[in-house]
Design a protein around this ligand. Structure first.
Ligand SMILES: Nc1ncnc2c1ncn2[C@@H]1O[C@H](COP(=O)(O)OP(=O)(O)OP(=O)(O)O)[C@@H](O)[C@H]1O
Length: 276
């Protein structure tokens, strides 16, 4: 290792890590695990429906006959178990590996919310602990023959998303946004982060694009005109879906039945995933 050139007493950098190549950060899967493709679902900020999109992608993948899993990486705001009606505690096997919880339709899920005594307990851990949990979820879980794993990433470009980008061999990311957000530079940050980390961007999903009038079917643009097509063209990435504000989705999430909602919202996204 070459010598550092700065005053280490006032520096937060880890000199050993500076010498490492990107592949040195990757965490290996546990023995007996197999995950063919890993897709991160990211958003520039919270509340745009990233967990909803993760759930819809997973449900669509499962319906296509693929063995599907979700790693809930949104450790401090996990909402995946509730959407799938899971509340049981995760257990380990004799080798100390975490066994994912499985939904009634067969999607394997790990989430901090399946480890807390009460699902309303707050997770008040510091960055390195959060990063450690992500690495365990990836490398110390028995992932059995998974075709597609979707990772619900924490919003933004902070410590935990960075840990996921570095530790997990992502095959691509899907960026979720809302019409309002797309006019800002928040999507640009997510795009730039993925590019800096050399992870392919599979496409953009605009959530809460419009509301469909239940009487005449007209699309009402509650948040104004969409700019997603322009932004997708600017970054040369496809638009995978424009999802309306759909009360049946919100109700299904609240009832823990999101995997049962019949919809075609992720049709194009699944075709992109099949080509990975
Ligand atoms: N298209 C939609 N139609 C109806 N309700 C939606 C839609 N998308 C999301 N919601 C609802 O909006 C709320 C926020 O969505 P979600 O939890 O997916 O956002 P998020 O981006 O993952 O948030 P955070 O980053 O804070 O975890 C949830 O109650 C969800 O059920």
């Amino acid at each position: 290792m070459s010598e550092c050139t700065h005053d280490c007493s006032s520096c937060g950098e880890n000199c050993a890590e500076r010498e490492m190549k990107p592949e040195d950060f990757l965490v290996k899967l546990s023995q007996g695990s197999s995950v063919k493709k890993v897709i991160g679902v990211v958003s520039g900020k919270g509340g745009v429906g990233k967990s909803m999109v993760t759930s819809l992608l997973a449900a669509a993948s499962m319906r296509e006959g693929f063995k599907t899993a979700i790693l809930d990486g949104d450790i401090t705001g996990p909402s995946i178990p509730k959407a799938f009606g899971l509340s049981i505690n995760l257990v380990g096997n004799a080798d100390g590996l975490i066994l994912p919880a499985t939904t009634t339709c067969g999607i394997d899920i790990v989430s901090v919310n399946l480890m807390l005594a009460n699902e309303t307990d707050p997770v008040i851990w510091r960055g390195p602990v959060l990063g450690g949990v992500i690495k365990q979820f990836w490398g110390e879980t028995l992932w059995h023959n998974v075709d597609y794993m979707f990772i619900d990433m924490p919003p933004g470009t902070g410590d935990v998303p960075l840990t996921i980008f570095q530790s997990v061999p992502l095959d691509g990311i899907v960026i979720v946004s809302s019409p309002q957000e797309l006019v800002g530079m928040i999507v640009e940050k997510a795009v730039n982060m993925a590019r800096m980390m050399n992870v392919p961007i599979l496409g953009l999903v605009e959530n809460m694009s419009y509301v469909e009038c239940p009487d005449c079917g007209k699309q009402i643009k509650v948040f104004g005109e969409s700019h997603i097509d322009e932004i997708a063209a600017e970054y040369a990435v496809p638009v995978l879906a424009k999802i309306p504000m759909d009360p049946t989705l919100a109700a299904a999430c609240d009832a823990g039945k999101i995997e049962y909602v019949e919809n075609n919202y992720m049709k194009d996204a699944i075709e992109v995933l099949k080509k990975l």
